[in-house]
Design a protein around this ligand. Structure first.
Ligand SMILES: NCc1[nH]cc(CCC(=O)O)c1CC(=O)O
Length: 317
C-alpha cells in the first residue's frame, strides 16, 4: 500500500508515523511524496494562494481518486469540513498536544517580552489573540514550513514566533518555549490531530480503521460542530477546543470568534455531557452565532483580500 504525503518535514514525519503504526499491525507500506500547489507558492499568505486553504488536501484527494496512492495523511485542522464521499476519514489518530506554543529568541516568556517586540505568525487567529492579550506587541507575517520559521527566529527577524506545539513534537524537536493556555489562546479546531484518509471499500480502509482513536474522533467532531454555523468562509479568526474531563463523563468546550485586531470577541466556555454531546454542541454553536459570532466572522472575511476559498474549516493561516 502506498501512503501519499506532501514533502514538508512535518508531513513526512506524520506519514512515517502512520507507516510505523501500520507496520505494528503487520501492514507494509511505502511513502510517495506528492507536490501540491500550496507547497509551491510559499512566498504568499496561504489565504491568497489559488485554491485557498483546502489546496494541500484536495490535490492529495485527486491522486488518491486516480489510484496513485492508497492512504493519505493530513493535519486534520487543514482539512475542509466537506469531503468527497469516496474518501472517508477512516482514522483520527490519538491527539498530540493541541495548544499553541511561543518560542522566543532569548527565552523570554510572553508576559515579560518588552513592548513593541515583534511576534511572527501567519495565522489570523493567533494574530488576533496575541493582539488581544498584549496590544503593545507587533505581529508580523511569518509563512513557511516549521523549519523555515525556526530559522527566521534564529536569524533574529522576530523576537518570538507562534506555532502549534504538535508540529514540533512530531518532528521530535524538544525546544524550550511556552505552552499558551486555551483560556486566552483557544486553538484552531482539530489542531494537534492527524487524520488518515483512504478510498472507501479498499483493503487500506480496513487496515487504517484499526488506528482510529474514539475519544479524539469525538472531540474533533465537536470542535467542528461548534463553529459550523459561523459561516464567513475560511481563514477567519476562529478557535474551537474540546477536551474530555478526567472522568470522561463530560466535555469541556471552548470556542471563540475574534475581530482581526483582537478588540472584539465572542466566546463560549462550557461543560456538556458526553451523552447527547453532539446536540448540545450544535446548540452552543448556534448561541455563538446569536452572540454576534457570524457578524465578526463576516467582517473579518471582508477585510481579508483573498482568492477563492472552498474550505469551511481551515482557519489557521
Ligand atoms: N497551519 C499549518 C499547520 N497545520 C498543522 C500544523 C501543526 C500540526 C497540527 O496542528 O496538527 C500546522 C503548523 C502550525 O500551525 O504551526
Amino acid at each position: 500500500m502506498i501512503i501519499g504525503t506532501r514533502g514538508s518535514q512535518l508531513a513526512l514525519a506524520q506519514a512515517e508515523n502512520v507507516a510505523r503504526l501500520l507496520k505494528e499491525q503487520g501492514v507494509e507500506t511505502s511513502i510517495k511524496i506528492i507536490k501540491t500547489s500550496g507547497d509551491r507558492f510559499t512566498d504568499r499568505p496561504l489565504h491568497a494562494v489559488s485554491g485557498g486553504v483546502g489546496a494541500f488536501v484536495r490535490e492529495l484527494d485527486d491522486v488518491m481518486l486516480a489510484g496513485e496512492i492508497d492512504i493519505a495523511v493530513h493535519s486534520m485542522k487543514d482539512m475542509p469540513t466537506i469531503r468527497p464521499q469516496a474518501l472517508p476519514t477512516v482514522a483520527v489518530l490519538k491527539r498530540d498536544t493541541p495548544f499553541d506554543f511561543l518560542l522566543t529568541y532569548d527565552g523570554t516568556p510572553l508576559d515579560e517580552l518588552p513592548e513593541q517586540s515583534i511576534i511572527g505568525t501567519s495565522s489570523l487567529r493567533r494574530t488576533a489573540q496575541i493582539k488581544r492579550y498584549r496590544p503593545d506587541l507587533i505581529t508580523q507575517d511569518l509563512r513557511g514550513n516549521i523549519d523555515t520559521r525556526l530559522r527566521k527566529l534564529r536569524e533574529g527577524q522576530y523576537d518570538g514566533i507562534l506555532l502549534a506545539k504538535a508540529g514540533l513534537e512530531r518532528m521530535g524537536w524538544e525546544l524550550e518555549g511556552e505552552i499558551l493556555s486555551p483560556d486566552f489562546f483557544c486553538p484552531s479546531p482539530n489542531q494537534g490531530t492527524v487524520a488518515v484518509v483512504t478510498r472507501a471499500g479498499t483493503e487500506a480502509e480496513d487496515a487504517v480503521s484499526r488506528l482510529d482513536h474514539t475519544e479524539s474522533r469525538i472531540v474533533t467532531e465537536i470542535e467542528r460542530i461548534l463553529i459550523a454555523e459561523l459561516g464567513g468562509g475560511c481563514t477567519t479568526p476562529v478557535g474551537s477546543y474540546a477536551e474530555l474531563t478526567p472522568d470522561k463523563q463530560e466535555i469541556h468546550v471552548r470556542a471563540e470568534v475574534l475581530s482581526l485586531d483582537g478588540r472584539e470577541a465572542v466566546s463560549i466556555n462550557e461543560f456538556i455531557p458526553m451523552r447527547g454531546g453532539l446536540e448540545q454542541a450544535r446548540a452552543l454553536g448556534h448561541r455563538l452565532v446569536e452572540m454576534g459570532g457570524r457578524r465578526l466572522a463576516e467582517e473579518a472575511l471582508l477585510q481579508i483580500s483573498r482568492n477563492a476559498c472552498d474550505s469551511e474549516n481551515s482557519y489557521d493561516y
